[in-house]
Design a protein around this ligand. Structure first.
Ligand SMILES: Cc1ncc(COP(=O)(O)O)c(C=O)c1O
Length: 405
């Protein structure tokens, strides 16, 4: 694939002209900062790409609501026909309120409460993805008490290293997620005993921000195929295979890669996962759908000259976007005012937030245009695990959202 095609997400398609440019962002400059700004055009184009590929490859897509539960964002996603992947009762209710059908909603999570299980059964979600043997028994009991059958998939821990940050890898045997190989015999027995469960398939999810797409997802598919065959040899019918989410995005150069490489992901699945007639394959992307569509806009409050470093102190902090403080995550920073003014000259800064924690740092030793008090900065790729994880720590206001459509 040519560099341009790779940058644009697919051969012959170029989305770069649809990324937010500095003048558009500056147009929001009189808003109270910090604020999130969502490019709904890019979201639509990302979704169109997903819908086209999912139809070509016959893969059903459930958006992981945890990545961003902003109402216009959710509505745009549901309007394109995607299903939802939820991890709490409130996410299920919110997804249904915002246009996702129960029949396309899956429910995961290691610690579902009885009330959440009851809710999922009463709403008739497509699948409750059970993560442990005790959970399967509890779902069975609750469904039986309700006089209903619960649709259940079982999350398997495939023991795969996703080559990602240790806090977002989930498919290793020592993780808390899913059922491990040593429990498989017991699982078959348990499913046989649970009369109020309609077992409908297997679920896998190995981690997030996976950039080694072809290798890691191919390994997941091969492991899934092997596990599916094992369960079939024990007489279980596997009607659905859910491979989870995890497609990574380009945090370093978001403008070059605004649409993540869904084609490589789905092609890898189609080539590597053998599929019997009638078996449905599902994925649950979160980050890759929304991350590049959002930026966090913040103003420079002070330019503080130290003896060795110069600090840009912003009015957005780790309470607005916790990823850098939590995982040491990298987000590209742009000085939007300087870009709009074509300002010349560059300088190296440590860009830091105002919160009373030393981890409240956006980036160290960042080369940016010479910056001034009042400049508008964009923390890029903030559409996923950003606004949804914001808090009022230090009793700071929550950043509001604006949209370009
Ligand atoms: C079960 C499950 N599915 C999907 C996702 C979404 O992952 P991502 O945002 O990396 O696509 C997650 C994220 O943690 C998850 O736990």
């Amino acid at each position: 694939m040519s560099v341009l095609a790779a940058a644009c997400g697919a051969p012959g398609r170029c989305y770069r002209q649809n990324m937010m440019n500095a003048n558009e962002i500056v147009g929001f400059g009189n808003r109270k900062t910090p604020f999130y700004l969502y490019d709904m055009r890019l979201l639509s184009r990302t979704l169109d790409e997903i819908v086209r590929l999912s139809s070509d490859y016959g893969i059903e897509v459930h958006y992981a609501v945890k990545a961003n539960a902003n109402v216009p964002v959710l509505r745009r996603i549901s309007s394109k026909g995607l299903g939802a992947d939820c991890v709490s009762g409130n996410e299920i209710l919110f997804a249904l309120e915002n246009g996702f059908p129960a029949g396309k909603t899956v429910f995961s999570g290691v610690g579902k409460t009885d009330r959440e299980i009851e809710l999922a059964i009463s709403k008739g979600v497509f699948s409750i993805n059970c993560e442990s043997l005790p959970e399967i028994r509890v779902v069975n009991e609750i469904a039986s008490g309700m006089g209903k059958k619960a649709n259940v998939s079982v999350r398997i821990n495939p023991d795969i290293d996703a080559h990602t940050h240790k806090y977002i890898t989930t498919g290793l045997e020592e993780n808390k997620f899913g059922i491990s190989r040593y429990e498989f015999e017991e699982l078959v027995k348990t499913l046989g005993e649970c009369e109020s469960i309609d077992f409908n398939g297997l679920h896998f999810h190995i981690g997030s921000q996976i950039t080694d797409v072809a290798d890691v997802f191919a390994l997941e598919c091969r492991r899934a195929a092997e596990i599916v065959s094992w369960f079939e040899s024990k007489g279980l019918e596997i009607r659905n295979i859910n491979l989870g989410g995890g497609l990574g995005i380009d945090y370093e150069e978001p403008q070059k890669h605004p649409v993540p490489d869904f084609a490589a992901w789905m092609r890898t699945i189609a080539r590597t996962l053998p599929r019997k007639e009638g078996v449905r394959v599902h994925i649950e992307p979160g980050r890759s759908v929304v991350a590049q569509c959002g930026i966090l806009c913040t103003r420079v409050l002070y330019v503080k000259e130290g003896q060795k470093k110069t600090f840009l102190i912003t009015d957005a902090g780790m309470n607005d976007l916790i990823r850098p403080a939590l995982y040491g995550a990298y987000h590209k920073i742009r000085n939007i005012t300087a870009e709009a003014e074509n300002r010349s000259g560059e300088k190296v800064y440590d860009v830091v937030g105002p919160v009373c924690e030393s981890s409240d740092v956006w980036g160290e030793d960042r080369t940016l245009p010479a910056s001034r008090r009042g400049d508008l900065l964009a923390i890029c790729s903030a559409g996923a695990y950003g606004q949804v994880m914001a808090s009022r720590y230090n009793l700071r206001d929550l950043a509001e959202a604006e949209y370009i459509d």
